[in-house]
Design a protein around this ligand. Structure first.
Ligand code: DGJ
Length: 744
């Protein structure tokens, strides 16, 4: 049975570590024509409403805390009196809105018919309820390990004129405050249709909500922004061919008084890694609509008769106990039922990566010297980054030529990996398989294998072009090129990088009318490659990366259980980045490394202690030339490695709680908790004289007594009510990590 934090309902006696034996239930009430999805944590009520012509529209009447009787909510959709007909269309909470019929809010679905008309109308046709959860062929998705973990409601809507059907699927997880939703579109008509919008889910809520999202750029990913409501649409999206650094495919609606620990909120995340759009719309009638799906700006899809199209999946996490509970529900689901494979539940190794230590300037001997120093302090894995293949001594060439550079590594990858293994370390390797350098044998042999638009320039970015992953021959090449290297040497880890975004995105193999399919076809091709490679090498730990955290999403995590969080490795910057990332993603997904000072991105000098204390909030590693560190720093590094090994079961699998936000003050704090210990991490950016001591109160501490770092015994109650006082060194950029071991 999965570990799922239960949510403390009385505020004082935390019961986070109990298991609830609650069955998810989906009930269809034929008399009142409503569907009630309900578990311990939430209710979702959908209902059918006959329109003026007798056809039935599907409405989302309620999503929130569990209801006793779902009929109590139907007044929300029974709006015949008072509102004018036109107003009504802008108030009703449609579950699958189209552009037709005077609902002028953002739509979820649009199909162009053979006459070019876009007036899609979708009415109820049928439904069924099944235990378990369906897989989404070719797409990443959450999953169950047994049918008892979830029930799924399938509701089919149909456009009588074109024959387009939309099968809406809502999966309620039995023991989680989570619904997974997606739509299977089908053309049951006689003519081809063009999908111009094929969204994943539409949520309707009455009232006004703050909109929370994660934005940024290279080296400043996932800053938390909370914007107050306004009568307009707000959207976050990507048209880059990847989920991107700028916006993340996650957003939340929060009641205006919701805090980290109280109030209602709904987190929504797409399990997808390409172009997406999330729109929050509040209109003059105070109804809020949230839509998630593919980005209509870069999407169209020709749907032939008899063919289907599957939307990506959206995860909806409801909390009436604040933002932390919402995040914890997403962390738990993503870690346990989106991530897969041997490494899903295993403790992740402490690694050293040579990128910031050497960049392209390395050889066998230099790498081995770093690995020898790493072995002495207990590091478990050496990762060789960019520059080991072709003629690659800078970023101008060789992507696509996955053949070792014998000038740098005369004994090849195998010889180096064996030497590193002999030191007691595992060996890992960097790839950027989706790319090709114009100066490469691959490009010279196959100039049409890159994404490009006929008659247009091929704009480079970081001196490289993007392979056309929509093509089967390109997919097969990438699978074989990467697999050949992985077969050739003892490789236990792969870093899968992706360092540029789309510009002139077209494919020579797509018919003229289908070029609008390229962004999604690229992702389908990439997912096929990832499925093949990761399942052929199940023992390998895969980490994804995209110029740092430019593709940090639940889609990539389905194939690779961890992601490089950001190219910004500065300890202070990382407080913001890791804190923001935690709104949706678990700590076990975040790569976090200690790097050299002055920091290569920010120029800041922070202590080795602070850098280590920040990095232990994620998958811990080093990224500096270990063979050139002072003896004092090596002693501290040895201490850090031992500490991380002793507590990583808690940091990687425990419950993560945000306590103090770097976006709001000088202090940042978060805690990890499981039934063994509580780890409290507190960071202070600037030292200020003559200030009162800080006090940090822990949250949701499982009942019992704990041994504090000074040996005193403290109860869970007192840790939460009185809190503790972090002691900092008198300097800027200071940290204090306190571990409270649970007594038997
Ligand atoms: C971008 C990544 O984020 C870095 O960690 C490094 O792997 C470089 N690419 C190598 O080119």
């Amino acid at each position: 049975m999965p570990f799922v934090p239960a949510y403390n309902r009385d505020g004082l006696q935390p019961n986070n570590f109990n298991m609830f034996e609650v069955n998810a239930m989906i009930v269809y009430d034929g008399k009142r024509k409503l569907f009630h999805l309900k578990n311990e944590y939430l209710s979702l009520v959908l209902c059918l409403r006959p329109d003026e012509e007798g056809t039935e529209e599907l409405l989302m009447a309620y999503l929130g805390a569990p209801l006793t009787d779902p009929a109590s909510i139907l007044y929300m959709t029974d709006l015949k009196n008072g509102a004018s007909f036109d107003s009504l269309r802008q108030i009703l909470p449609y579950a699958c809105p189209t552009d037709a019929r005077g609902d002028y809010r953002p739509a979820l679905v649009c199909a162009r018919d053979p006459h070019g008309q876009r007036c899609t109308e979708l009415f109820y046709a049928s439904h069924c309820i099944k235990p378990g959860k369906p897989a989404l062929p070719g797409l990443p998705a959450s999953y169950v390990e047994s049918d008892s973990e979830a029930d799924t409601l399938y509701i089919t809507l149909r456009d009588g004129l074109t024959g387009l059907t939309a099968e809406l699927r809502y999966t309620l997880f039995t023991q989680r405050p989570i619904i997974a939703a997606s739509i299977l579109y089908q053309n049951e008509g006689e003519n081809a249709l063009t999908l111009e919008n094929a969204g994943s889910v539409c949520v309707s809520l009455p009232g006004r909500y703050d909109f929370i999202h994660l934005h940024g750029g290279w080296a400043k990913e996932r800053a938390v922004e909370r914007v107050s409501p306004a009568v307009l649409s707000r959207s976050v999206s990507s048209a880059r061919g990847a989920s991107g650094h700028e916006h993340n495919p996650f957003a939340a609606l929060a009641a205006l008084d919701t805090t980290e620990f109280s109030g209602e909120c709904l987190g929504a995340a797409l399990v997808y890694s390409g172009d997406f759009a999330i729109t929050a719309d509040e209109n003059a009638f105070n109804t809020t609509r949230l839509t998630l799906g593919l980005n209509p700006r870069t999407f169209s899809w020709r749907l032939e008769p008899g063919c289907s199209f599957q939307s990506p999946e959206a995860l909806l996490a409801y909390s009436d106990h604040g933002l932390n509970a919402m995040s914890q529900a997403l962390h738990s689901l993503i870690r346990q039922r989106v991530c897969r494979g041997e490494w899903r539940d295993k403790e992740r190794p402490v690694l050293i990566n040579n990128w910031e230590g050497t960049y392209f300037n390395f050889n066998h001997e230099k790498i081995l010297n770093i690995a020898k120093a790493a072995a002495k302090v207990g590091i478990e894995l050496f990762v060789l980054d960019d520059g080991w293949f072709g003629k690659r001594n800078d970023d101008n060439c060789s992507l696509g030529d996955w053949v070792v550079n014998r000038e740098k590594l005369p004994r090849g990858i195998k010889g180096l990996a064996e030497d590193i293994n002999a030191l007691g370390l595992k060996f890992g390797l960097w790839f950027e398989p989706e790319m090709v350098s114009p100066d490469s044998d691959l490009y010279r042999a196959h100039p049409d294998w890159c994404l490009h638009a006929e008659g247009r320039r091929r704009s480079e970015s970081r001196n490289q072009l993007i392979l056309d992953m929509s093509r089967r021959d390109v997919q097969d090449y990438v699978i074989e090129a990467v697999s050949a290297v992985l077969r050739s040497a003892p490789i236990d880890y792969v870093k899968w990088d992706m360092n540029r975004n789309f510009k002139e995105a077209g494919s020579v193999l797509l018919a003229d009318g289908r070029q609008g399919e390229i962004a999604h076809r690229y992702m389908l091709g990439l997912y096929r490659v990832l499925e093949n490679v990761t399942s052929a090498f199940p023992h390998i730990l895969f980490e994804s990366c995209s110029g740092g955290g430019g593709r940090f999403d639940a889609g990539m995590l389905h194939y690779m259980p961890q992601t490089w969080t950001s190219d910004d490795s500065d300890a202070v910057e990382r407080l913001f980045i890791q804190y923001g990332t935690s709104m949706c993603y678990p700590a076990s997904a975040m790569g976090a490394h200690v790097s050299a000072v002055p920091n290569h991105q920010a120029g800041r000098v922070t202590s080795i202690r602070m850098r280590g204390d920040v990095a232990l909030g994620g998958n811990f590693g080093y990224e500096l030339d270990l063979s050139a560190q002072s003896p004092e720093d090596m002693d501290e590094i040895r201490r850090q490695v031992a500490l991380v090994k002793s507590i990583r079961s808690t940091t990687q699998r425990g419950v993560f709680t945000r306590l103090e936000s770097p976006f709001e003050g000088n202090l940042t704090a978060w805690q990890f908790a499981d039934d063994k210990r509580i780890i409290l991490c507190v960071y202070r950016v600037l030292s200020r004289p003559n200030t009162a001591p800080a006090r940090v109160r822990l949250h949701d501490v499982p009942e019992g007594d704990y041994t504090a770092p000074d040996g005193s015994i403290l109860s869970a109650n007192d840790l939460m009510r009185a809190g503790v006082r972090p002691i900092f060194p008198r300097e800027d950029f200071a940290s204090c990590v306190m571990i409270f071991e649970k007594k038997n």
